[in-house]
Design a protein. Structure first.
Length: 356
């Protein structure tokens, strides 16, 4: 697929560019820049991340799955119970309180299934596993992509761990590969439409810890702090986009920022093209309660005290496990579960819910 070049006339929000190779060497200046990106906006570009080839193979798998007849894909649909693994049909989720349906299809592959392959542990075969092309590429493409993405995200989390003053490896304990989690790889297709305003994925914060996103076309927008205008993030060749989700924001007492974002169709020169994107989401193990690690870090404890003094109502103890937090958000964005605007409100994360 030939992607038209990015339009000059569309304003974009700049992100810091972080070099993964420098992070690997624990370069102090690069760590400071990462910290600035993670605490101010919660989004940054990541270059030299070693995942481009595998990401390309994941992109190639996209049409193999999405071109199957809808009836075939629906055999693997994620359902309405709060799970996400498998296929998500376009129109399955709301994009706003008014119940407007989304326009994107997803394939979500559980990190637990990719790592356990040739066994499937989260999706029991045969009838509810994954569409055949995904199974055929599990060994050669999906599992290596998952393993490499986990490596990138865990290095970044390790850096946050140390900056937050947590004991060595503390954040890693929440993300051990052996514990089941909702961590997953996602291939996203948004159908071509000339309406560049039609919301594809509604405004949200990400549910988990860290998202590692590959964009080839425009359409991702962020709502920067203090702004009321959605701003495009320009896709840059060979640069991934990373962002913080709710779990890391809560663990850190809000120091790490889980920022609102959404997806609309590609703009201007790229309009009316199918939009494909790819994400790996690292999320905490299912059993961990999402709460600020106040007793374990002075920095976090001070941040929570300051938030309390500021009266923003956030006490950073959700009382929910990662599994419950994720399940609640998933269930309540499903159109099939919608009763009214309250269902949308119940699907919100740190941007709306007062965590007490
Ligand atoms: O497709 C994109 O650019 C972003 C997707 C996204 O925000 C998500 O799936 O959570
Ligand atoms: Fe997202």
């Amino acid at each position: 697929m030939i992607i038209p070049s990015w339009p000059e006339d569309v304003p974009t929000h700049p992100l810091l560019v972080i070099d993964y190779q420098l992070l690997k060497k624990r370069d102090a200046a690069e760590i400071e820049r990462l910290w600035e990106a993670a605490t101010k906006l919660g989004f940054w570009y990541l270059k030299n991340h070693e995942v481009d080839e595998l990401a390309q193979k994941m992109f190639d798998l996209g049409p193999e799955v999405m071109d199957l007849p809808l009836e075939e894909k629906m055999k693997y649909e994620q359902g309405d119970q709060g799970g996400s693994f498998g296929y998500k049909m376009a129109g399955g989720n709301a994009v706003a309180a008014n119940g407007e349906p989304d326009t994107t299809e997803f394939l979500n592959v559980a990190k637990d299934d990719a790592l356990a392959w040739p066994n499937l542990v989260r999706r029991a075969p045969p009838s509810t596993s994954y569409p055949a092309p995904a199974l055929a590429r599990m060994e050669s493409v999906v599992a290596p992509f998952v393993r490499k993405s986990l490596e990138v995200n865990s290095l970044i989390m390790d850096i946050f761990n140390d900056k937050l003053g947590l004991k060595k490896g503390r954040l890693a304990e929440f993300h051990v590969n052996e514990q089941w989690s909702s961590s997953e790889a996602r291939i996203i297709k948004n159908r071509a439409t000339p309406n560049t305003q039609k919301i594809a994925i509604g405004s949200h914060t990400d549910f988990g810890s860290l998202s590692f996103l590959h964009n080839r076309q425009g359409g991702l927008q962020v709502l920067p702090p203090g702004s009321e205008t959605w701003q495009y993030v320009k896709p840059l060749e060979n640069h991934a986009i990373c962002n913080i989700g709710d779990a890391l924001s809560i663990f850190s007492g809000g120091i790490l920022r889980s920022n609102l974002h959404r997806v609309v169709p590609p703009p201007s020169t790229q309009a009316n093209t199918e939009r494909w994107s790819l994400v790996f989401f690292s999320r905490p193990g299912n059993s961990f309660v999402l709460r600020a690690l106040t007793e374990e870090s002075d920095m976090i404890s001070k941040a929570v005290a300051a938030a309390r003094a500021g009266g923003d109502g956030k006490k950073f103890n959700t009382g929910s496990t990662a599994e419950e937090w994720f399940g609640r958000r998933m269930r309540n964005q499903r159109m099939a579960n919608r009763t009214g605007p309250e269902t949308w409100m119940a699907s919100r994360g740190t941007e709306r819910i007062e965590v007490v």
